[in-house]
Design a binder for this molecule. Structure first.
Ligand SMILES: [Zn+2]
Length: 378
């Protein structure tokens, strides 16, 4: 059960622990009044060992406290600065292991419940001719469906707690980071005005869009259900795109700087202003970010095992066939080039400078569709 302290608007959810004698908790900071404006939900650290987003969320809390003191909160804003205390405690051999839960090696940001599948039977015969009414009915059905799901372990408990807090939000931002990367985000294409507003507000260097990427990550768990429900009921009943959701990659693992995170939080406030959740923020800067389909992003693999010697960095543009790196086999001395499979923007590379043959090394964002199926790396 969630516990709410009305004096400081802190909502706490206990994780009772899969092993005896263990207790953790997730905390959400909440500002504003439900129904007074858009509900925005921001979380960080779902992949627990990604400090850039967690630091941005912490700075965002300070900024929202300040805005509240000035009476500038216009909607309802939730911030969960550390969404995954289970993953944060997972260290093996002196290295953090926050991406997958160690018991079953499931990615913490995959396998969220399919809200459309769960809510559809509850909506049969209840939808109306009014899109706004349907929005409310659908969110109520999401809530009812979530209440009935089993919570057999901490990972399920964690997922259902987060989704329980966010399923009725108008806007959901999930803050992450990549290995080494430029500032980019993933979103569904349904709400292009929100995509442009977020990109300009935070200064994103790239946006990757896909209606359904596969794997039901947290952002997709908020957008795909509206598409699926429209497919099922849309001929008879108007169904809006009820949520704008994005996974924001705050650059790379090592891009952890207090001044940078403070600036990123200030820019997030600009976005909250742009969507009407906070008053008195500056308007987003002008300019555009490239918006490219995720299924046109090429994955680059190692042709042999060895030492990775990069010739490019995130942010560089490459031509098809251009040498991006060499892999040096330190035993034989043989060097094999790694060439780009497409024309585009190198937006991320792996942290490690050693590689196995066949291992994923980097991604290049292009504009020609070259992939299908599940587009997410595990
Ligand atoms: Zn992540």
């Amino acid at each position: 059960m969630c516990r709410e302290d009305p004096a400081i608007r802190l909502v706490t959810h206990p994780l009772t622990g899969d092993s005896p004698g263990t207790l953790r908790r997730i905390e959400a900071h909440v500002w504003g009044t439900p129904g007074s404006g858009p509900k925005v939900y921001v979380q960080a650290g779902l992949h627990a060992d990604e400090m850039p987003g967690i630091l941005v969320a912490r700075h965002l809390i300070d900024r929202l406290n300040h805005s509240e003191r000035e009476g500038r909160i216009a909607g309802e804003v939730w911030v969960v600065p550390l969404a995954n205390p289970v993953g944060l405690a997972q260290w093996t051999a002196h290295k953090p292991q926050g991406r997958h839960e160690l018991a079953g090696l499931q990615n913490f940001n995959r396998g969220f419940p399919d809200l459309a599948e769960l809510a559809a039977p509850l909506l049969e015969g209840r939808l109306t001719d009014d899109a706004a009414e349907n929005l409310v009915l659908i969110r109520q059905a999401f809530a009812e469906a979530l209440r009935n799901l089993p919570r057999a372990n901490d990972t399920q408990e964690l997922r259902l707690c987060l989704l329980g807090w966010s399923h009725d939000a108008d806007c959901v931002l999930d803050l992450h980071c990549d290995h080494e990367a430029i500032l980019h985000f993933y979103a569904a294409p349904a709400r292009p005005a929100d995509i442009a507003s977020l990109a300009r507000s935070i200064g994103a260097e790239l946006v990757l869009v896909q209606e359904v990427s596969g794997g039901n990550a947290f952002d997709e768990a908020h957008t795909a259900p509206w598409v699926a429900l429209r497919r099922r009921f849309g001929a008879a009943h108007p169904i809006p795109d009820g949520c704008f959701s994005a996974t924001v990659e705050y650059r790379g693992q090592a891009d952890v700087r207090d001044d940078l995170a403070a600036e990123d939080a200030a820019r997030l406030m600009v976005f909250l202003g742009a969507i009407g959740a906070v008053r008195g923020e500056p308007v987003p800067r002008l300019g555009t970010s490239p918006v490219l389909p995720l299924d046109a992003a090429a994955e680059v693999f190692a042709p042999q095992g060895g030492i990775v010697l990069w010739r490019v960095a995130p942010g560089d543009h490459v031509k098809k066939g251009e040498v991006m790196a060499e892999i040096l086999d330190p035993v034989t001395g043989k060097r094999v080039p790694v060439v780009s499979p497409t024309f585009g923007l190198v937006f991320r590379i792996e942290l490690w400078r050693s590689c196995l043959r066949g291992q994923s090394l980097a991604h290049v964002a292009g504009n020609k569709v070259i992939r299908a199926g599940n587009l997410m790396s595990d």
